[in-house]
Design a binder for this molecule. Structure first.
Ligand code: PMP
Length: 396
């Protein structure tokens, strides 16, 4: 049965973790991951999460099946974070939200449903993008192509190239957009640029699929939802995958959501019934624990305020690490300008390091980064930053 099965290539980032774990360097640092660590180098358990968890355990609630679309209050809370509490679209019955198994699960349900309703569409992802975007949409049966995005020379956005790519897309193409804190580059369009993108999406009759996995890590929960609301204000039918993995530090609980904007309440009823079939035939219904915790926090003013404060703490610590990295590189005598690191947003930075330099960082200093030069700024801390800055200085 399995004779003809070929060995699949290793996941580049998980492969890096394995190598890191086996490394015996005493001062090794893993900047290859996509996880937020606190200044002690630990994945935090947020206080808001802990409080909600304690309350849940005390309530000793039964664990029956959830509805196919998930917890009602979870979905309401997730949707309000994206569209605001007073969304006219919600009032018109044009919004649907499904609890999903992380952002990945939301993308997968969305991809499967899109294959059902528009099987001949092409999918376009940014060059570069989160590596699972391509794999996920290809596995759902789509052809996946790139649109221009990152400009290595300026360490910024190739906006002209991006517009040109969009102009060449066939009508009904599905375009995956990172709504904030682009992974892997940390480079986001400005709000004015987004307005032009929204206009092109409408003119060219494209299907936007917004992916927002880092809401709150850019400028704040409301600020980071601006792009979603720009699209929503135009009433464009679209898909949004959102994730609480990072913002709640609940990676293993698989907490995400798929939100759809339709053009009428009647359409919503039909779409709801079909997306439920997609979920039912994949995993039937989502798990209770993580969803209940997130829902408790989103729906309690007190826990919400605590969460927002903790999220701001994570966001500010990352900013501080960006500043210190740039300052320390200068201190150690690096002459190249690394100021671009300060304007990148979210957990990542495309550092501009070449794959040879990344190899040397790993082999000579035990500092792990992705071969593209992506580093996770959220894995830097007050104890390792000087060592990392010195190591980078030496390989430059
Ligand atoms: N989209 C992007 C852009 C991501 O970076 C990630 C996770 N790193 C996801 C989706 C998936 O999120 P989750 O871990 O919640 O599945």
């Amino acid at each position: 049965l399995f004779e003809s099965v070929e060995l699949a290539p290793r996941d580049p980032i998980l492969g890096l973790n394995e190598q890191y774990n086996a490394d015996t360097h005493s001062s090794k640092v893993n900047l290859g991951v996509g996880v937020y660590y606190d200044d002690e180098g630990r994945i935090p358990l947020l206080k808001a999460v802990h409080k909600a968890e304690v309350a849940r355990i005390e309530a000793a609630a039964a664990r029956g099946y959830l509805p196919i679309e998930g917890l009602k209050n979870y979905n309401k809370g997730a949707q309000e974070l994206l569209l605001g509490k007073e969304s006219p679209l919600a009032k018109e019955g044009r919004t649907l939200t499904f609890q999903a198994l992380g952002g990945t699960g939301a993308l997968k349900i969305g991809a499967d449903f899109l294959k059902q309703i528009t099987p001949d569409s092409k999918v376009f992802i940014s060059n570069p993008s989160w590596e699972n975007h391509r794999a996920l949409f290809e596995r759902a049966g789509f052809t996946v192509e790139n649109y221009a995005y990152y400009d290595a020379a300026s360490h910024g956005l190739d906006f002209e190239g991006m517009l040109a790519s969009f102009k060449n897309m066939p009508a009904k193409s599905i375009v995956i957009l990172h709504a904030c804190c682009h992974n892997p580059t940390g480079v986001d369009p400005t709000l004015d640029q987004w307005k032009q993108i929204v206009q092109l999406v409408q003119e060219k009759d494209l299907i936007p699929f917004l992916d927002i996995a880092y809401q709150g890590f850019g400028d704040g929960l409301e600020e980071d939802a601006k792009v979603v609301r720009l699209f929503a204000d135009q009433g464009i039918s679209m898909f949004i995958s959102s994730s609480f993995s990072k913002s709640f530090s609940l990676y293993g609980e698989r907490v995400g959501a798929l939100t759809l904007i339709t053009s009428s309440a009647d359409e919503s009823t039909r779409v709801l019934s079909q997306v439920k079939r997609v979920i039912r035939t994949n995993y039937s219904n989502p798990p209770t624990h993580g969803g209940t915790i997130v829902s408790s926090v989103l729906n309690s003013p007190e826990l919400f305020a605590l969460w927002e404060e903790e999220l701001a703490g994570m966001r500010n610590r990352i900013r501080e690490m960006r500043q210190q990295l740039v300052a320390k590189l200068k201190e150690h005598g690096v002459t190249q300008n690394f100021d671009f690191v300060l304007s990148q947003r979210g957990m990542f930075s495309y550092s501009g390091l070449t794959s040879e330099q990344v190899d040397r960082l790993r082999n000579e200093h035990g500092v792990y980064a992705v071969s593209s030069g992506r580093i996770c700024v959220a894995a830097l801390n007050s104890r390792n930053i000087d060592y990392v800055a010195k190591a980078i200085t030496q390989v430059l």
